[in-house]
Design a protein around this ligand. Structure first.
Ligand code: HEM
Length: 170
């Protein structure tokens, strides 16, 4: 899986982890407010995307829920308190939590494009090239990892009962 994600993203797992190990940590640079700002800028773009193949992936959540889930995960991942664990339990299960959505390579690419644009607009990250570069690598790798790993999720492992139509993955 790591080899496939490397091939699809051009980023090695080691390179993708630099964002997590950066000193000072990205949490020290951004704080909780900074991650809230990032997720808000990002999901504003996602919910304004004019391609229905992309936008419809997000139709089961409100924008506020999506922002909340994402920023809590980022705070926890990049050196802050375990906000995500507090609401979602011990395991992050990133692949499993995405398995109910129809996510292909193009969707992953679009996701990363919106995140890059959000970082360029961000009050802190726009001025912190080191953090931005590390985050782009982390996002590129992780997004493609989600795509390749979800091909191996069996439908009986999906939560919620609805199975994804893998024939229409974009
Ligand atoms: C949740 C789509 C990549 C982290 C979601 C949701 C959707 C989605 C539709 C549900 C919204 C909600 O939280 O209610 C996608 C797509 C991606 C992608 C299309 C492209 C590959 C990523 C990446 C990360 C990530 C790269 C992290 C590095 C999360 C987190 C949640 C989430 C933490 C919250 C899950 C939960 O707590 O239920 N994503 N995502 N996603 N995504 Fe993604």
């Amino acid at each position: 899986l790591q080899a496939e994600a490397l091939q699809a993203s051009g980023i090695s797992v080691e390179k993708s982890q630099e964002a997590i190990n950066l000193a000072p940590s990205i949490f020290d640079r951004l704080g909780i407010d900074g991650f809230q700002e990032l997720s808000t800028l990002f999901y504003n773009r996602v919910f304004d995307d004019d391609d229905p193949r992309f936008k419809s992936i997000f139709s089961s959540s409100t924008k506020l829920e999506a922002i909340e889930n994402q920023y809590r995960f980022f705070v926890q991942t990049f050196g802050g308190p375990d906000l995500y664990r507090q609401t979602k339990g011990k395991y992050t299960r990133l692949v499993g939590r995405h398995a109910n959505y129809s996510i292909g390579k193009q969707a992953a690419h679009r996701w990363v494009e919106h995140m890059e644009a959000a970082m360029e607009e961000h009050s802190v990250l726009s001025k912190d090239e080191e953090a931005r570069k590390c985050l782009v690598d982390y996002f590129k790798y992780t997004a493609q990892y989600i795509v390749v790993a979800s091909k191996f999720m069996r439908s009986d492992q999906l939560s919620g009962g609805t199975s994804v139509d893998k024939g229409r993955v974009w």
